[in-house]
Design a protein. Structure first.
Length: 299
Protein backbone atom coordinates (compact mmCIF):
# COMPACT_ATOMS: atom_id res chain seq x y z
CA UNK A 1 0.00 0.00 0.00
CA UNK A 2 1.33 3.45 -0.91
CA UNK A 3 1.94 6.16 1.65
CA UNK A 4 -1.00 8.15 0.36
CA UNK A 5 -3.41 5.24 0.53
CA UNK A 6 -2.25 4.45 4.05
CA UNK A 7 -2.71 8.03 5.09
CA UNK A 8 -6.19 8.09 3.58
CA UNK A 9 -7.14 4.92 5.43
CA UNK A 10 -5.74 6.34 8.65
CA UNK A 11 -7.83 9.46 8.19
CA UNK A 12 -10.94 7.44 7.46
CA UNK A 13 -10.45 5.41 10.63
CA UNK A 14 -9.92 8.57 12.68
CA UNK A 15 -13.04 10.10 11.24
CA UNK A 16 -15.07 7.00 12.00
CA UNK A 17 -13.79 6.77 15.56
CA UNK A 18 -14.65 10.38 16.26
CA UNK A 19 -18.08 10.05 14.67
CA UNK A 20 -18.89 7.05 16.84
CA UNK A 21 -17.44 8.37 20.08
CA UNK A 22 -18.59 12.00 19.92
CA UNK A 23 -22.25 11.37 20.69
CA UNK A 24 -21.24 8.95 23.45
CA UNK A 25 -18.98 11.59 24.96
CA UNK A 26 -21.71 14.18 24.70
CA UNK A 27 -24.25 12.03 26.53
CA UNK A 28 -21.78 11.22 29.31
CA UNK A 29 -21.12 14.93 29.78
CA UNK A 30 -21.90 16.43 33.17
CA UNK A 31 -25.37 18.03 33.32
CA UNK A 32 -25.46 21.81 33.13
CA UNK A 33 -25.75 23.89 36.29
CA UNK A 34 -29.25 24.88 35.21
CA UNK A 35 -30.28 21.23 34.86
CA UNK A 36 -28.92 20.41 38.33
CA UNK A 37 -30.69 23.42 39.84
CA UNK A 38 -33.96 22.35 38.23
CA UNK A 39 -33.44 18.83 39.59
CA UNK A 40 -32.74 20.11 43.08
CA UNK A 41 -35.85 22.27 42.90
CA UNK A 42 -38.03 19.28 41.97
CA UNK A 43 -36.32 17.22 44.68
CA UNK A 44 -37.31 19.95 47.16
CA UNK A 45 -40.84 20.04 45.76
CA UNK A 46 -41.24 16.35 46.62
CA UNK A 47 -40.32 17.24 50.20
CA UNK A 48 -36.70 16.21 49.70
CA UNK A 49 -37.48 12.55 48.91
CA UNK A 50 -37.46 12.39 52.70
CA UNK A 51 -38.76 8.82 52.95
CA UNK A 52 -35.32 7.80 51.65
CA UNK A 53 -33.48 9.45 54.50
CA UNK A 54 -33.53 8.31 58.10
CA UNK A 55 -33.56 11.60 60.06
CA UNK A 56 -29.99 12.72 60.91
CA UNK A 57 -28.44 10.00 58.71
CA UNK A 58 -26.82 10.31 55.27
CA UNK A 59 -29.19 11.80 52.69
CA UNK A 60 -30.90 9.36 50.29
CA UNK A 61 -29.18 6.31 51.79
CA UNK A 62 -32.55 4.64 52.55
CA UNK A 63 -33.34 2.24 55.36
CA UNK A 64 -36.42 4.04 56.70
CA UNK A 65 -39.00 1.53 57.86
CA UNK A 66 -42.58 1.42 56.54
CA UNK A 67 -45.20 -0.94 57.91
CA UNK A 68 -48.34 -1.74 55.98
CA UNK A 69 -51.06 -4.38 55.91
CA UNK A 70 -48.76 -6.44 53.63
CA UNK A 71 -45.74 -6.44 55.96
CA UNK A 72 -42.67 -4.26 56.34
CA UNK A 73 -40.49 -2.55 53.74
CA UNK A 74 -37.44 -0.33 54.04
CA UNK A 75 -36.80 2.56 51.67
CA UNK A 76 -34.09 2.06 49.05
CA UNK A 77 -30.66 3.60 48.89
CA UNK A 78 -31.04 6.14 46.06
CA UNK A 79 -27.53 7.56 46.30
CA UNK A 80 -25.27 7.05 43.26
CA UNK A 81 -23.34 4.22 44.95
CA UNK A 82 -22.85 1.63 42.19
CA UNK A 83 -23.16 -1.42 44.42
CA UNK A 84 -25.90 -0.64 46.91
CA UNK A 85 -27.50 2.46 45.36
CA UNK A 86 -28.67 3.42 41.87
CA UNK A 87 -25.26 4.40 40.46
CA UNK A 88 -25.27 1.46 38.08
CA UNK A 89 -28.71 2.24 36.64
CA UNK A 90 -29.28 4.21 33.45
CA UNK A 91 -31.32 7.42 33.55
CA UNK A 92 -34.17 5.57 31.90
CA UNK A 93 -34.09 2.83 34.54
CA UNK A 94 -34.22 5.39 37.37
CA UNK A 95 -37.11 7.19 35.66
CA UNK A 96 -38.99 3.90 35.14
CA UNK A 97 -38.63 3.01 38.81
CA UNK A 98 -39.71 6.51 39.89
CA UNK A 99 -42.84 6.79 37.76
CA UNK A 100 -43.80 3.21 36.95
CA UNK A 101 -42.53 1.39 40.00
CA UNK A 102 -40.42 -1.16 38.13
CA UNK A 103 -36.84 -2.09 38.97
CA UNK A 104 -34.41 -2.83 36.11
CA UNK A 105 -34.96 -6.56 36.78
CA UNK A 106 -38.71 -6.10 36.28
CA UNK A 107 -39.54 -6.45 39.95
CA UNK A 108 -42.43 -4.26 41.13
CA UNK A 109 -41.93 -1.67 43.85
CA UNK A 110 -44.33 -1.68 46.79
CA UNK A 111 -46.37 1.52 46.28
CA UNK A 112 -45.11 3.05 49.52
CA UNK A 113 -42.98 4.74 46.87
CA UNK A 114 -45.76 6.84 45.30
CA UNK A 115 -45.21 5.94 41.66
CA UNK A 116 -48.87 6.29 40.78
CA UNK A 117 -48.43 9.95 41.76
CA UNK A 118 -44.96 10.56 40.28
CA UNK A 119 -46.27 9.13 37.00
CA UNK A 120 -47.77 12.61 36.59
CA UNK A 121 -44.37 14.34 36.51
CA UNK A 122 -43.17 15.84 33.25
CA UNK A 123 -40.33 14.13 31.37
CA UNK A 124 -38.08 17.20 31.76
CA UNK A 125 -38.60 17.37 35.51
CA UNK A 126 -37.84 13.65 35.89
CA UNK A 127 -34.69 13.96 33.83
CA UNK A 128 -33.47 16.90 35.90
CA UNK A 129 -34.34 15.07 39.11
CA UNK A 130 -32.22 12.09 38.04
CA UNK A 131 -29.29 14.39 37.22
CA UNK A 132 -29.57 15.87 40.72
CA UNK A 133 -29.79 12.44 42.41
CA UNK A 134 -26.52 11.50 40.68
CA UNK A 135 -24.83 14.59 42.15
CA UNK A 136 -25.48 13.65 45.80
CA UNK A 137 -22.60 11.87 47.63
CA UNK A 138 -22.73 8.07 47.20
CA UNK A 139 -23.26 6.05 50.37
CA UNK A 140 -22.53 2.34 50.63
CA UNK A 141 -25.43 0.89 52.57
CA UNK A 142 -27.17 -2.30 51.57
CA UNK A 143 -30.95 -2.29 51.60
CA UNK A 144 -32.64 -4.23 54.36
CA UNK A 145 -34.78 -6.99 52.93
CA UNK A 146 -38.53 -6.49 53.06
CA UNK A 147 -40.79 -8.83 54.98
CA UNK A 148 -44.01 -9.46 53.10
CA UNK A 149 -46.53 -11.31 55.23
CA UNK A 150 -49.36 -11.67 52.69
CA UNK A 151 -48.95 -14.75 50.45
CA UNK A 152 -48.59 -13.91 46.74
CA UNK A 153 -48.80 -10.21 47.56
CA UNK A 154 -46.38 -9.10 44.86
CA UNK A 155 -47.23 -11.66 42.19
CA UNK A 156 -51.03 -11.58 42.39
CA UNK A 157 -52.50 -9.04 44.78
CA UNK A 158 -50.39 -5.98 43.95
CA UNK A 159 -50.81 -6.04 40.13
CA UNK A 160 -54.57 -6.59 40.52
CA UNK A 161 -54.82 -3.82 43.09
CA UNK A 162 -52.87 -1.40 40.92
CA UNK A 163 -55.12 -2.10 37.95
CA UNK A 164 -58.40 -1.99 39.84
CA UNK A 165 -58.03 0.56 42.61
CA UNK A 166 -54.95 2.76 42.50
CA UNK A 167 -55.66 6.17 40.93
CA UNK A 168 -52.80 7.03 38.59
CA UNK A 169 -51.80 10.53 37.51
CA UNK A 170 -50.97 10.97 33.83
CA UNK A 171 -47.89 12.86 32.65
CA UNK A 172 -48.36 16.30 31.03
CA UNK A 173 -46.55 17.09 27.76
CA UNK A 174 -44.68 19.72 29.74
CA UNK A 175 -44.90 20.96 33.31
CA UNK A 176 -47.33 23.90 33.72
CA UNK A 177 -45.36 26.99 34.71
CA UNK A 178 -47.85 29.26 36.48
CA UNK A 179 -51.23 29.73 38.09
CA UNK A 180 -53.70 27.13 39.31
CA UNK A 181 -52.46 24.58 36.73
CA UNK A 182 -48.96 24.89 38.19
CA UNK A 183 -50.37 24.47 41.70
CA UNK A 184 -52.35 21.40 40.66
CA UNK A 185 -49.28 19.86 39.03
CA UNK A 186 -47.13 20.41 42.12
CA UNK A 187 -49.78 19.13 44.55
CA UNK A 188 -50.86 16.06 42.56
CA UNK A 189 -47.73 14.88 40.79
CA UNK A 190 -44.70 16.19 42.66
CA UNK A 191 -45.36 17.16 46.29
CA UNK A 192 -47.69 14.15 46.67
CA UNK A 193 -49.80 15.97 49.28
CA UNK A 194 -52.52 13.35 48.75
CA UNK A 195 -50.39 10.47 49.98
CA UNK A 196 -50.78 11.87 53.48
CA UNK A 197 -53.80 14.19 53.27
CA UNK A 198 -56.23 11.99 51.27
CA UNK A 199 -58.27 9.38 53.14
CA UNK A 200 -57.91 5.79 52.02
CA UNK A 201 -60.53 3.26 51.06
CA UNK A 202 -60.83 -0.22 52.52
CA UNK A 203 -58.24 -1.44 50.00
CA UNK A 204 -55.79 1.26 51.22
CA UNK A 205 -55.88 3.09 47.88
CA UNK A 206 -56.19 6.87 48.19
CA UNK A 207 -59.85 7.85 47.83
CA UNK A 208 -59.52 10.67 45.32
CA UNK A 209 -63.28 11.36 45.43
CA UNK A 210 -62.34 12.88 48.80
CA UNK A 211 -59.03 14.37 47.65
CA UNK A 212 -57.08 16.00 50.54
CA UNK A 213 -59.98 15.56 53.01
CA UNK A 214 -57.61 14.38 55.75
CA UNK A 215 -56.65 11.07 57.27
CA UNK A 216 -57.08 10.34 60.98
CA UNK A 217 -54.52 7.57 60.68
CA UNK A 218 -52.06 8.61 57.99
CA UNK A 219 -48.48 7.49 57.37
CA UNK A 220 -46.44 6.69 60.47
CA UNK A 221 -49.67 6.93 62.54
CA UNK A 222 -49.94 10.70 61.98
CA UNK A 223 -53.22 12.53 62.22
CA UNK A 224 -53.35 14.45 58.93
CA UNK A 225 -55.67 17.48 58.65
CA UNK A 226 -58.41 18.09 56.11
CA UNK A 227 -57.06 20.77 53.73
CA UNK A 228 -60.08 21.03 51.42
CA UNK A 229 -61.88 24.41 51.61
CA UNK A 230 -64.79 22.98 53.63
CA UNK A 231 -66.25 25.78 55.81
CA UNK A 232 -66.42 23.83 59.07
CA UNK A 233 -63.89 20.98 58.93
CA UNK A 234 -61.42 22.13 56.24
CA UNK A 235 -58.71 24.74 55.83
CA UNK A 236 -59.83 28.34 56.29
CA UNK A 237 -56.47 30.07 55.83
CA UNK A 238 -55.91 32.76 53.19
CA UNK A 239 -53.75 32.01 50.15
CA UNK A 240 -51.02 34.14 51.67
CA UNK A 241 -51.17 32.18 54.95
CA UNK A 242 -50.97 28.82 53.16
CA UNK A 243 -48.00 30.03 51.10
CA UNK A 244 -46.23 31.28 54.25
CA UNK A 245 -46.84 27.98 56.03
CA UNK A 246 -45.32 25.98 53.15
CA UNK A 247 -42.31 28.30 53.20
CA UNK A 248 -41.70 28.47 56.94
CA UNK A 249 -43.90 26.01 58.81
CA UNK A 250 -45.50 28.92 60.69
CA UNK A 251 -49.25 28.67 61.17
CA UNK A 252 -51.45 31.77 61.35
CA UNK A 253 -52.14 31.03 65.04
CA UNK A 254 -48.44 31.12 65.94
CA UNK A 255 -48.01 27.33 66.12
CA UNK A 256 -45.51 25.55 63.84
CA UNK A 257 -45.81 22.53 61.55
CA UNK A 258 -45.00 19.32 63.37
CA UNK A 259 -44.26 15.71 62.50
CA UNK A 260 -44.27 14.66 58.88
CA UNK A 261 -45.45 18.08 57.67
CA UNK A 262 -42.48 19.69 59.40
CA UNK A 263 -40.27 17.15 57.63
CA UNK A 264 -41.53 17.81 54.10
CA UNK A 265 -41.37 21.58 54.60
CA UNK A 266 -37.80 21.40 55.91
CA UNK A 267 -36.88 18.61 53.47
CA UNK A 268 -33.38 17.16 53.32
CA UNK A 269 -31.06 18.87 50.84
CA UNK A 270 -34.17 20.85 49.87
CA UNK A 271 -37.84 20.86 50.81
CA UNK A 272 -41.16 22.68 50.30
CA UNK A 273 -39.55 25.67 52.03
CA UNK A 274 -37.33 26.11 48.96
CA UNK A 275 -40.27 26.54 46.57
CA UNK A 276 -40.58 30.02 45.14
CA UNK A 277 -43.25 32.27 46.58
CA UNK A 278 -45.02 32.07 43.20
CA UNK A 279 -45.15 28.26 43.39
CA UNK A 280 -46.32 28.28 47.03
CA UNK A 281 -49.07 30.73 46.08
CA UNK A 282 -50.00 28.58 43.08
CA UNK A 283 -50.43 25.62 45.45
CA UNK A 284 -52.60 27.76 47.74
CA UNK A 285 -54.71 28.93 44.80
CA UNK A 286 -55.24 25.37 43.66
CA UNK A 287 -56.27 24.27 47.17
CA UNK A 288 -59.06 26.89 47.03
CA UNK A 289 -60.45 25.26 43.87
CA UNK A 290 -60.78 21.66 45.06
CA UNK A 291 -64.04 20.12 46.20
CA UNK A 292 -64.86 21.03 49.82
CA UNK A 293 -65.36 17.80 51.79
CA UNK A 294 -66.79 17.61 55.27
CA UNK A 295 -64.51 15.35 57.27
CA UNK A 296 -63.63 16.17 60.83
CA UNK A 297 -60.10 15.15 61.82
CA UNK A 298 -59.14 15.27 65.49
CA UNK A 299 -61.15 16.77 68.31
C1 LIG B 1 -45.57 13.08 54.52
C2 LIG B 1 -46.95 13.45 54.80
C3 LIG B 1 -47.44 14.79 54.34
C4 LIG B 1 -47.30 15.36 53.10
C5 LIG B 1 -46.60 14.79 51.88
C6 LIG B 1 -47.97 16.63 53.15
N1 LIG B 1 -48.49 16.85 54.38
FE1 LIG B 1 -49.47 18.54 55.01
N2 LIG B 1 -49.57 17.77 56.89
C7 LIG B 1 -49.14 16.51 57.28
C8 LIG B 1 -49.33 16.37 58.72
C9 LIG B 1 -48.97 15.16 59.55
C10 LIG B 1 -49.88 17.59 59.17
C11 LIG B 1 -50.19 17.99 60.60
C12 LIG B 1 -49.00 18.78 61.09
C13 LIG B 1 -49.10 19.26 62.50
O1 LIG B 1 -49.84 18.66 63.28
O2 LIG B 1 -48.44 20.24 62.82
C14 LIG B 1 -50.01 18.44 58.00
C15 LIG B 1 -50.51 19.75 58.03
C16 LIG B 1 -50.75 20.54 56.91
C17 LIG B 1 -51.40 21.84 56.93
C18 LIG B 1 -51.92 22.55 58.18
C19 LIG B 1 -53.39 22.33 58.30
C20 LIG B 1 -53.94 22.69 59.64
O3 LIG B 1 -55.18 22.78 59.73
O4 LIG B 1 -53.18 22.85 60.62
C21 LIG B 1 -51.46 22.28 55.64
C22 LIG B 1 -52.04 23.60 55.14
C23 LIG B 1 -50.85 21.26 54.82
N3 LIG B 1 -50.43 20.22 55.62
C24 LIG B 1 -50.72 21.34 53.44
C25 LIG B 1 -50.03 20.41 52.68
C26 LIG B 1 -49.79 20.58 51.27
C27 LIG B 1 -50.33 21.71 50.43
C28 LIG B 1 -49.02 19.52 50.89
C29 LIG B 1 -48.41 19.27 49.54
C30 LIG B 1 -47.74 20.43 48.93
C31 LIG B 1 -48.80 18.70 52.06
N4 LIG B 1 -49.42 19.26 53.12
C32 LIG B 1 -48.07 17.51 52.06
C33 LIG B 1 -48.58 15.54 56.46
C34 LIG B 1 -48.20 15.74 55.14
Amino acid sequence: MGVLARRARHLAVLLLVSLVSLPALASAQAPSAAELARGKYIFGATGGCGCHTVPKQPVNAGGRRYDGPYGTVYSSNITPDRETGIGGWTDEQIITATRLGRRPNGERLIPVHPYTVFNGMSADDLKALVAFLRSVPPVKQAKQPKKISVPMFESVFLPAWLAAFAPRESPPTSAPTSGVARGEYLVRAVAHCGECHTPRTMTMATDNTRFLAGNPKGPEESEVPNITPDKTTGLQWSEEEIADYLGSGNKPDGDVAGGLMGEVIEGTLAGYKDLTKADRLAIAQYLKTILPIKNKIGK
